[in-house]
Unconditional design. Structure first.
Length: 299
């Protein structure tokens, strides 16, 4: 009997300690390790689909670059390297003028400005078509495709910078009939600039965000002005806010480009554009991957 009572007295502290809710391992100082999720390889990370909803920063940067490059080309030639609607209309007007002027003056109908507009339009169409088809093959939301396209756009901007720098042309045209860019190298420069914007627009279109193509802003303005939540400022609406951000980024890009252009010229402003393009390339590395879709088990 004495031994049984003694055994019970020794077990009582252990029972009380368990009732107190403390883990015996934590009392002893034992550290429980939780297995961390396995690290992704670089290949797996680059082949992931990015979440387009989280890509507001590079999309806004695309809009900024549209205004930045358009300000450079328009200041020198009155031709847009991104706004191809304006260039297309210029070509139509030039063709119509051929019917108005006599045959001896037909060269005036298709002057340097219209020739630059045609060069810009063709380069834009070629790059947008090519990169769009490549995206369809590789995957339009793949991280490596977005990095590749943005890097190619950066290289095209750099090539345009070299061409404009070597042309030694002015930065600001005096009038439409006398563009500052009028030699062969400037045609190469505006062609590469337009091709870089075409790549940007193709990628933005495939991502299908509220920023649309980051180039055509008439649609953005219509979506903003007809939005029923336009004046509901107390709440946050992603669609409305992203459209306003895109318009604001375009304005800031144009303003900054013209200010820089006036100080350091076309080649210097394009050099800044190359640096901004490179930052966009890096930004795709930090966009979160798209969450895997949940499948419902059917019983």
């Amino acid at each position: 009997m004495a031994s049984a009572t003694q055994t019970q007295s020794f077990n009582e502290p252990e029972t009380k300690s368990n009732k107190s809710g403390w883990d015996s391992d934590s009392e002893r100082g034992t550290i429980v390790h939780i297995d961390a999720p396995p690290k992704k390889s670089i290949r797996v990370y680059l082949t992931e689909d990015v979440d387009a909803k989280e890509a507001a920063v590079p999309m806004a940067a695309f809009c900024f670059m549209t205004g930045f490059l358009d300000a450079i080309s328009f200041s020198a030639t009155f031709v847009w390297c991104g706004f191809q609607t304006g260039n297309f209309i210029q070509l139509a007007i030039a063709l119509a003028r051929l019917l108005e002027l006599p045959a001896a003056d037909s060269a005036q109908a298709f002057n340097k400005t219209q020739q630059l507009a045609l060069c810009s339009l063709l380069a834009f169409m070629a790059s947008a078509t090519t990169i769009g088809r490549v995206g369809d093959i590789l995957g339009t939301h793949k991280r490596y495709w977005l990095i590749f396209g943005s890097a190619l756009s950066c290289l095209f901007t750099f090539a345009g910078t070299i061409a404009i720098w070597q042309s030694h042309s002015g930065a600001i045209a005096s009038n439409r009939g006398n563009p500052a860019w009028n030699d062969c190298l400037t045609f190469v420069g505006i062609g590469f600039m337009s091709a870089s914007v075409g790549i940007q627009g193709a990628q933005a279109k495939r991502l299908n965000t509220q920023f649309t193509t980051t180039i055509v802003f008439t649609i953005v303005w219509m979506d903003v002005l007809t939005d029923r939540n336009l004046f509901n400022l107390r709440k946050r609406f992603v669609a409305r806010d992203h459209r306003l951000i895109s318009a604001g980024a375009l304005f800031l890009g144009t303003f900054a480009s013209r200010a820089i252009l006036f100080k350091i010229g076309s080649a210097g402003a394009l050099g800044v554009a190359c640096g901004l393009r490179f930052l966009i390339v890096v930004s795709w590395l930090f966009i979160p991957a798209k969450a895997p879709e949940k499948t419902v088990d059917q019983k």
